[in-house]
Design a binder for this molecule. Structure first.
Ligand code: ADP
Ligand code: ZN
Length: 347
């Protein structure tokens, strides 16, 4: 674990007590080892965990971990080490944001998706019965430690979930990166070290640059939502049985289809987009049991839709988001959504 030496190198600038927060799966795989390693190097480290799964990303879990921290004597001199996937980073990040009014946070993502997505941009939070991620805050980590050795134990479908957001990064910002993902399928799925490290590095750069460039006036951060208007709708209709990555893959292909008419995306680029998902064996068709009316309803009730009209980020080319009247999103006529649905619905 490179993560050990990186954490040790921070010891002079961070407080003296460390709380590793992870889920029960990561605890068994890496949490205990990391704690032992750091303890043997003289650090004061305790390990806290909660059950794995999005359904535990709640205010109740946050409260019970905070209570445990207090019971173990943690106070203002705490440094929180968030070790895990997106769920853990969101939860531990939110705890760090509010514990004693905010303590330093070190993020150690252990999934590909978390390395290229959740760890960047400073969003933290929990779900509520009223919706996902409705309570939270923006809170920047002092340090994000990228250690690809964690990926060795990650199931294939979790690797694919990360690949989906990486493809999205290519589509919205960088056609050369898209080419790289297109031509290194075996290497990336096989976790070839050079390829995976380059791909993670480039994805992190792309997302970081977009988040940094965002100001209220240009709202460029919205382009990160490419594929997500339809993706979120599909996640919701499936009652979250379809994972975020899988839903966004469908959303990316669907919103690329919409881009043909509304943003002049070339047909052959659209074919390349479908093909890349095929190469990574990531399904992109709208599942049979998702009806057109359910899709429309779910998009209208999305928190990012404007006055009940769903808004879409579209691309004019691979690597280029379309600008509409100074914004990066647009509404789309209902008959175009219908046409897209019929073209992509599995039957
Ligand atoms: P993400 O949103 O990044 O996909 P989650 O936090 O939902 O991440 O994690 C997905 C699942 O993978 C969880 O059950 C988690 O415990 C597990 N997990 C996280 N990291 C690893 C890893 N390195 N190896 C195996 N399983 C992991
Ligand atoms: Zn996403």
């Amino acid at each position: 674990m490179n993560a050990v030496s990186e954490i040790l190198s921070l010891r002079d600038c961070l407080p003296s007590r460390y709380a590793i927060i992870c889920d029960t799966t990561v605890r068994g795989l890496y949490g205990q080892k990391l704690q032992q390693n750091l303890t043997s190097k003289g650090l004061d480290v305790k390990l806290f965990s909660f059950p794995s799964g999005e359904q535990y990303k709640t205010r109740q879990t946050k409260e019970s971990i905070e209570n445990e921290l207090f019971e173990n004597g943690f106070g203002r001199d705490t440094c929180i080490i968030a070790l895990g996937g997106g769920v853990v980073l969101d939860m531990a990040g939110f705890i760090a944001a509010t514990f004693c009014r905010g303590v330093p946070l070190v993020m150690v993502p252990t999934t590909l998706l978390a390395m290229v997505d959740a760890s960047i941009g400073g969003k933290t939070g929990v779900n509520t019965p009223y919706g996902k991620n409705l309570v939270g805050s923006f809170y920047e980590a002092e340090k994000i430690i990228q250690d690809t050795s964690f990926l060795q134990t990650l199931p294939k479908d979790e690797i694919q979930n990360g690949i989906v957001e990486m493809i999205k990064h290519g589509l919205i910002r960088d056609s050369e990166y898209f080419d790289f993902l297109e031509t290194h399928v075996q290497e990336l799925m096989g976790l070839d070290l050079n390829s995976i490290e380059k791909a993670i590095h480039d994805s992190v750069q792309i997302k970081t640059a977009i988040v940094k460039a965002d100001t209220k006036e240009n709202g460029i951060r919205r382009i990160i939502n490419f594929g997500h208007t339809i993706g979120h709708a599909i996640e919701k209709i499936s009652d979250y049985q379809i994972s975020h990555g899988r839903a966004v893959a469908i959303g990316i292909v669907a919103e690329s289809y919409l881009s043909i008419k509304k943003a002049h995306l070339q047909k052959n680029s659209y074919e390349r987009i479908k093909n890349i998902f095929q190469s990574y064996e990531i399904p992109f068709k709208i599942p049979v049991d998702i009806t057109l009316s359910a899709l429309k309803d779910a998009m209208v009730s999305d928190k990012k839709s404007l006055k009940g009209t769903p808004r879409f980020v579209l691309i004019s080319e691979i690597g280029k988001p379309m600008v509409f009247n100074n914004t990066y999103c647009t509404s789309v006529d209902i008959h175009e959504i219908e046409e897209m649905y019929h073209a992509l619905h599995k039957h």
